[in-house]
Design a protein around this ligand. Structure first.
Ligand code: GLY
Length: 406
């Protein structure tokens, strides 16, 4: 998969001289192994801390720095179980497996969710990883039910899955579709293959095609919310909810798009998705406001750059996506992506972003932004930052191991 990686490894030696002092002498493999070991210890503390609250899952911290939890219905519920599964994959101990199962089952009731699009995040990060690592069909049945729930939200006139239902705060949109929704398509593509039923992939590919047509600007940056007219199926509004402005490039949204189209290329082999992912990567990597440590500000157009808050969740998500995308492009591009991904991994693994053991309410990473315009979850740990960071560590570790074997 990664023949071009030999030259990537050679480049690493040169690159060490440009990274943070804490990590610059360490080989990348060592940074990854130490980070996975830290993530394991920290996540076991997190798991223990909620052992007496069997229907709660980690979300973020409150103003006092204490753990804030959520029930299974909040969109982030599947991420901590997913972290535990990745850590179990890295280090298959009984204790990690027991906790991974325990936290995964906390999310099961969400397989019936039909009132928002987040069922893919909730069920595929938890049960998807559970099935991938155990092959237990009890888990795949949950994914089957969840996929049937998700496709109830598809409108064939529009060609998309609806993201949010009506609420007072979403009243201005007839049919809101957010770029984040690309992430829920992975479960549908998986279900289509697992259950030999193209109904799921038809919905996923229609959604991806419609989003590709309407969500992107000429420079491959994306709007956060596109709303559709339910009678004509045409775009009615182009807005933001979590970004700085309708016309800005909200950092995590750029990450959702990058990850989403990379994943859709993997699942379908359709080159249009690959070209889209490359375009998005070019936008992010060449943006003048991408900082030297490659962890984006919460919005590429935040007015207070360079003092704007960083979003480690966007950094981790983009990092994970770039590692995968590096396997699908020619050597030179692959190296460009991997150099940025390595910088991101080293940055996130440094004390600037990674917590101390037992601190940060037992989350792995600091400094993410959930919803800046609401003033909520600003400069805090977020469970999905941890998920994509651990996923990126695992992806880079596998890539280095493949290279060693060659
Ligand atoms: N899907 C919500 C977010 O990215 O914050």
């Amino acid at each position: 998969m990664h023949k071009q990686i030999s030259s990537f490894l050679l480049l690493l030696a040169v690159f060490f001289s440009c990274t943070t002092p804490e990590n610059k002498e360490k080989p990348l493999a060592q940074v990854i192994n130490e980070s996975l070991e830290f993530a394991t210890q920290q996540s076991l503390l997190m798991a223990e801390s909620l052992k007496d609250q069997p229907d709660r899952l980690p979300k973020t911290i409150n103003a006092e720095g204490q753990l804030e939890t959520c029930g299974s219905a909040w969109w982030v519920s599947g991420f901590f179980p997913g972290v535990l599964w990745y850590l179990y994959e890295s280090n298959p101990t009984d204790s990690l497996k027991d906790w991974a199962i325990n936290y995964t089952l906390r999310v099961e009731d969400q397989k019936y969710t039909t009132d928002n699009h987040d069922v893919g995040f909730m069920i595929f990060c938890s049960f998807g990883n559970a099935y991938r690592l155990t092959g237990d069909t009890a888990y795949s049945e949950v994914i089957h039910t969840a996929s049937n729930s998700l496709i109830t939200r598809f409108n064939p006139t529009i060609g998309c899955i609806r993201s949010w239902d009506y609420a007072p705060w979403s009243a201005k949109w007839q049919y809101p579709v957010i770029i984040d929704n690309m992430m829920n398509l992975e479960m549908l593509e998986w279900a289509s293959k697992a259950f030999s039923d193209t109904v799921y992939s038809h919905v996923a590919e229609s959604h991806a095609n419609t989003t590709l047509k309407n969500h992107f600007r000429d420079d491959f940056s994306s709007y956060h919310v596109i709303s559709y007219d339910t009678i004509t199926g045409q775009v009615e509004k182009k807005n933001t909810a979590q970004g700085y402005s309708d016309d800005s490039a909200w950092a995590r949204g750029q990450g959702w798009g990058l990850y989403g189209y990379t994943m859709m290329y993997r699942e379908t082999g359709n080159k249009v998705y690959l070209e889209q992912a490359e375009g998005i990567a070019d936008f992010i990597l060449n943006h003048p406001n991408l900082p030297e440590d490659k962890i984006p500000y919460w919005d590429f157009n935040a007015p207070d750059v360079p003092n704007a808050k960083r979003d480690a969740s966007a950094g981790a998500l983009i990092c994970s996506a770039l590692i995968e995308l590096s396997g699908y492009v020619p050597a030179e591009k692959s190296q460009d992506y991997l150099i940025v991904a390595e910088t991101q991994l080293r940055s996130l693994s440094s004390p600037a972003y990674r917590a101390e053991l037992g601190a940060n309410a037992n989350f792995i990473l600091k400094h993410s932004v959930g919803h800046m315009p609401n003033g909520t979850e600003v400069d805090v740990p977020l469970t999905y930052a941890d998920y994509y960071y651990v996923e990126a560590l695992m992806r880079m570790k596998k890539l280095l191991q493949e290279e060693e074997k060659q």
